[in-house]
Design a protein around this ligand. Structure first.
Ligand code: GLY
Length: 442
């Protein structure tokens, strides 16, 4: 078959740029619409890429209008707010071929209380938790926890969507109290919140695509959520990722059976089949894979480090999920290591307003680098010049046969970029644990 399919991707960031690159590689895809996208996604692409900026991620109807205009053959709803807004349901009800979980299935991400109760029903290993609507009851609960063990850690998590910033770690009672009070700042997303036992270990992200019955797991990744090196500073949407992450064979086996299979099976049993990307945020706690959370889409920035490894035609994989035929597709990934480093406006995740509109230099040089991918988030393009328009601006991904080479590729490309007034911020330690393991031969 020739290049005939038009694919529409719903989302705006570097993850959606990465997904568009995966479809661009497909022999079956001729044209890609990204809604709302960002300017740089459409810059100098091999295939036709069209942006539809009127897409509003919280308004499913805005995507219906765009879909009616372009009549895409496939729509990939890749972003969490859009999934929670019921975009998949609405577009399907109008006869479009849509990839992504319906609103009721995406609840596994947009309602963390419901998600934990679902895990309880299906005996999925996770930390102990309690959910709350009342600040005072939550405070009483953590008082009780810390009086038994003052050295413990707990997480206070907003039940609703918070752009990846709603899980707050507490190392002592005072911090736990503070974090409970902070739930108000998340508005309706923080009205209900969950308090969970803090587990200790290295975290990983794991991805499966499912057609509702069977699933396929991709290689793992590790996100770096804090804004500064060595996991210091505020929580962000993600400052970098490495793929694959350090996950032992034993843990990988547990993830597939205890975390992914049970979730897909559980959703099916509850009459709520899960078709889409299932993202497990997990931790290896004393040799046991434990669930930190499920999300209903690829992670950002993990997607940037995982998806370029997929050698099988991505449109074929996604269409097979929609058709309930995933088990018949043989999916291959390469065995390279990838390091993704996120470039952000100085000040992010707090006030970065002074960086807005500043010129970004060096991006075109990065496009010429070998073993490097550049995916954009907050970049405005005017007259072939680039300007900062957001907190996280772009992801630079380096690839190689090992972590040292992948890191070298990513950071030498990153060194080519600057923002007027020295306003570029990025972490310089992405992959440090893996480098250490590599050098020690572990
Ligand atoms: N990497 C975290 C997220 O996508 O939610």
């Amino acid at each position: 078959m020739g290049e005939s399919l038009t694919v529409m991707i719903v989302g705006a960031g570097a993850r959606e740029h990465t997904i568009s690159a995966a479809y661009e590689k497909s022999k079956r895809v001729g044209k890609i619409i990204v809604a709302p996208g960002n300017d740089f996604i459409a810059f100098k692409r091999k295939k036709e890429v069209v942006l539809e900026k009127s897409g509003n991620l919280k308004d499913a109807n805005s995507f219906l209008e765009i879909a009616k205009k372009h009549r895409p053959d496939l729509i990939d709803v890749a972003q969490d707010d859009a999934l929670a807004a019921g975009t998949v349901d609405l577009l399907q009800s109008h006869g479009f071929n849509v990839f992504g979980p319906k609103k009721s299935a995406a609840r596994i991400e947009w309602d963390k209380k419901w998600s934990r109760e679902f895990m309880q029903r299906h005996e999925i290993p996770m930390p102990e938790f309690q959910s709350f609507n009342s600040e005072s009851e939550a405070m009483q609960y953590v008082n009780g926890l810390y009086s038994k063990n003052p050295a413990r850690q707990v997480y206070v998590k907003a039940a609703g969507l918070c752009a990846g910033k709603g899980a707050l770690k507490s190392e002592n009672l005072e911090e736990a109290m503070q974090n409970i009070k902070q739930m108000k700042e998340f508005g309706s997303s923080g009205e209900t919140f969950v308090i969970e036992d803090g587990l200790v270990g290295e975290e990983f992200s794991y991805y499966a695509l499912s057609d509702g019955n069977s699933f396929h797991c991709f290689s793992s990744a590790q996100d770096n959520k804090r804004v500064f090196n060595f996991d210091e500073g505020d929580q962000t949407g993600g400052m970098g990722a490495v793929s694959p992450a350090k996950v032992t064979q034993e843990i990988a086996g547990q993830i597939e059976t205890e975390q992914i299979a049970k979730a897909i099976e559980g959703m099916k049993k509850e009459g709520n089949p899960y078709v889409g990307v299932l993202y497990l945020g997990g931790i290896a706690d004393n040799g046991k894979s434990m669930n930190i959370e499920y999300n209903a889409r690829w992670g950002d920035p993990e997607c940037q480090a995982v998806l370029p490894s997929v050698e099988t035609d991505y449109a074929e994989i996604v269409l097979s999920c929609i058709e309930g035929n995933l088990a018949n597709v043989k999916i291959k990934q390469d065995d390279k290591v990838r390091v993704c480093v996120v470039g952000a406006s100085k000040g992010y995740p707090n006030d970065y307003s002074k960086v807005k509109g500043k010129q970004i230099f060096g991006l075109e040089d990065v496009l010429k680098c070998r073993d490097v991918h550049l995916f954009s988030a907050g970049i405005e393009v005017k007259d072939e010049k680039f300007f900062a328009k957001g907190g996280r601006l772009f992801s630079v991904v380096g690839e190689g046969e090992n972590i040292v080479k992948a890191r070298q590729a990513a950071y030498s490309a990153m060194a080519l970029i600057n923002i007027e007034g020295n306003n570029l911020h990025y972490r310089t330690d992405i992959g440090w644990r893996d480098v250490e393991r590599h050098l020690k031969g572990k």
